[in-house]
Write a protein that binds this ligand. Structure first.
Ligand code: SF4
Length: 457
């Protein structure tokens, strides 16, 4: 049995790919996405192996609760976690809380082959601790980074696309599909959870596989595709081939992708082509408008690069959805106010979901941030149950501001301008300064093309 918990509103590829490997190998497999379906105790009771996908922090939080339910229903089942956050938190999953293991095994890196090998070992009655790529309480395996041989994802038994995020442009929503053209990332930004697993490596998914996956999602109603690779332009030639082929076969299809600022600058000549082939918006981790913080995160861009990236995207006709890490141990109150002023000054208020303005840096186990020479000065103990090292800001007011913004974004369902103004009011009140006035009536550019699920991890 495969379980997904939360994948940013997408039909889970983390189920579809293992399904395509396990079922043809003779393992009858049930896949359930708990973000849209309840756990069925009768199904759980029949499972001998329960594999839980945890590609991100929120998914792991939900996955732990699912594992506890599975354990209560079926104590004999072998429980394995896989996906980005599994290996990072293997110690806690295999030993805690209270020395009660949540999992019997954990897989890091490219999961499909170790997952199949684990299923085969269990069927043969072998000890999972001997399976390459599988970490258990008695064996630490490094993330599995052998080049994968990936079949076309098997989506036949997954909930249909109407259960997931829609793509909205000009007030019209259409079902959206999701696929990936690569895995891992060639970059090593210090705060990124991909880095301790992939260590700067990435793997290409063959274009024919990607296109076959798009084809089946279009047949299921998708009229927009999200390329969810950590960075679509890690392999720009590959991305170009896929986008061109997508447009040749489905000229009416739009798509979005994620790429870093450095790549927007480096591959500026490619962006108009991607626009011509259907790209409508780009997600990019801008992170901060402070050069010292960007350097600390080793992002490979400066605040000045952000403006250049905006100009390049604008010239290409691509909307941007910038993502941010607004609260870090190094972010001053002035940095936060400068971030708000930057967003307002570039007329990007409607491009930044309010939740983005509340995000606090997570420092998972194995984070590259921990290797920084001054880490002992700002990093507290590991909060294993919350999958992050603790840190407090040297100015307690910054922690209070983060909590106030997070409380607001969790409860309010305001329009982007009202939400932004409310967050501005919180931040300026805390700084003891009046918020800068808005023209009356305040207006924003029309909302950009977007998905109905705000990006969040
Ligand atoms: S470019 Fe993006 S995905 Fe790659 S390491 Fe940096 S933050 Fe992570």
């Amino acid at each position: 049995m495969l379980l997904a918990c939360y994948e940013l509103g997408h039909q889970p590829l983390s189920l579809a790919w293992p399904l395509a490997v396990l079922s043809p190998a003779g393992f009858p497999t049930t896949a359930r996405d708990l973000s849209v379906t309840a756990l069925d105790p009768a199904e759980v009771a029949q499972a001998s192996l329960v594999a839980i996908a945890v590609p991100m922090h929120t998914a792991l939080r939900l996955g732990v609760a699912a594992a506890q339910q599975v354990r209560a229903i079926n104590p004999q089942a072998t429980i394995v976690f896989y996906g980005l956050y599994a290996w990072l938190n293997a110690d806690y999953l295999l030993h805690g809380p209270g020395r009660v293991p949540l999992a019997d095994a954990v897989i890091g890196g490219e999961a499909e082959a170790p997952l199949l090998a684990l299923a085969q070992a269990l069927r043969a009655g072998d000890d999972p601790a001997g399976v390459p790529g599988v970490t258990t309480a008695s064996q630490l395996a490094q993330p599995h980074l052998a080049r994968p041989h990936l079949p076309v994802p098997d989506r036949a038994s997954l909930p249909d696309l109407t259960h997931y995020a829609y793509y909205v442009a000009g007030g019209v929503g259409v079902p959206a599909g999701y696929t990936e053209t690569s895995r891992g990332c060639r970059h090593t930004c210090r705060h990124c959870p991909i880095v301790p697993i992939y260590q700067g490596r990435f793997f290409i998914v063959p274009a024919a596989t990607v296109l076959a996956d798009i084809r089946q999602q279009v047949a299921a109603g998708a009229r927009h595709i999200t390329f969810g690779d950590p960075d679509f332009l890690n392999g720009p030639g590959h991305a170009r081939r896929v986008a061109q082929a997508l447009h040749a076969e489905f000229p009416y299809l739009t798509f979005d992708f994620t790429t870093k600022v450095e790549h927007i600058l480096q591959h500026r000549a490619l962006l108009p082509e991607l626009r011509q082939w259907g790209a409508t918006f780009v997600v990019s981790a801008f992170e901060a408008v402070s050069d010292p913080i960007l350097a600390r995160l080793d992002k490979g861009h400066t605040a000045a690069d952000l403006d250049e990236a905006l100009a390049i995207l604008d010239a290409a006709g691509l909307a941007v959805q910038p993502t941010w890490v607004p609260f870090t141990p190094w972010t001053t109150r002035d940095d936060y106010l400068a971030l708000l002023a930057w967003i307002r000054g570039r007329d990007l208020v409607a491009h930044v979901p309010a939740v983005q303005l509340s995000i606090r840096l997570l420092v998972p186990p194995h984070s590259a941030l921990l290797a920084h020479p001054d880490a002992a000065g700002w990093c507290g103990p590991l909060d294993a149950a919350n999958f992050t090292y603790q840190w407090t800001h040297p100015d307690p007011g910054m922690d209070a501001l983060q909590q106030a913004v997070a409380r607001y974004t969790a409860q309010a369902d305001d329009d982007p301008l009202t939400a932004f103004q409310a967050i501005e009011a919180l931040a300026y009140a805390q700084a003891g300064r009046p918020a800068p006035p808005w023209p009356s009536p305040a207006g924003l550019k029309p909302p950009p093309p977007r998905l109905t699920e705000d990006w969040f991890c």
